[in-house]
Design a protein around this ligand. Sequence first.
Ligand SMILES: Nc1ccn([C@@H]2O[C@H](COP(=O)(O)O)[C@@H](O)[C@H]2O)c(=O)n1
Ligand SMILES: [Mg+2]
Length: 289
Amino acid sequence: MIPELSSPSVCMRDPPRVEEIIKTMQKAGTSTIQVISDFDMTLTRFAYNGKRCPTSHNILDNSKLISEECKAQLKDLLNTYYPIEIDSKRTAEEKLPLMVEWWTKAHTLLVQQRIRKDMLQDVVKESDAMLREGYQLFFDHLQEHSIPLLIFSAGVGDVLEEVIRQAGVFHPNVKVFSNYMDFDETGVLKAFKGELIHIYNKREGALLNTGHFQELKSRHNVLLVGDSLGDLTMADGVHSMENILKIGFLNDKVEERKTSYLNAYDIVLVKDETMEVLNALLLHLTSTK
Ligand SMILES: Nc1ccn([C@@H]2O[C@H](COP(=O)(O)O)[C@@H](O)[C@H]2O)c(=O)n1
Ligand SMILES: [Mg+2]
């Protein structure tokens, strides 16, 4: 049906079921579809030329806005908590309080750095942030077909918005739900706004009062894209969902995590830094034949 689904990076637990969902969604038409995607390591690359690409947090962590002492502290946090985040032997329940601890400590350190809002543009420009190859087609195609894209991220909203703005793809159909910085009247970071979003609370609760899914209540077919098992709850608030196709990028610790990803995601893209499969799927879903 879609040749790209036979590429070596694609793994599926139940290919006939995937085919059935795709057929049903294509038949229902573009006006019934919405896309919900994670940001870091899903819309952005995990690595380039053998080197890790930064998350929206790391873009700040590695920037000129952060003192050397604070950089070392943020790196220590990353070295302590990231292995826990991707540890396949620990349950989500075990990890949750530790993830809250990571995010809270990192945000406290960032606030202490008195980051200036007007510097964010430069910091993103000077960073190694990279959207996945094929991002232009992905964003433009969704926009052309008026398909809403919700980016649901536990990263830093102001930074990730700047990444997509600088890439020229922050189209009107894109909404971002993330951790936003709160600046004082002089433009200096004083806190993070609202309820903390970390990788294990991406669900209805966080979006409940925003009216987002209420506005999209006629879009019963969801394409969910993520890179963490925590991303699987991003569509929990969708009204009367009829079909959901879950696509997961498996970037790191592939052998240890493959089984759990195959059990949770319909399509698993293993060490695939591109949006080729996702785009082929979108082109198929929006075709009329
Ligand atoms: N201080 C932190 C906390 C988290 N991260 C990474 O960000 C990712 C979350 O963002 P999503 O867009 O993927 O929701 C998460 O996977 C953490 O590894 C970080 O880099 N620094
Ligand atoms: Mg992610």
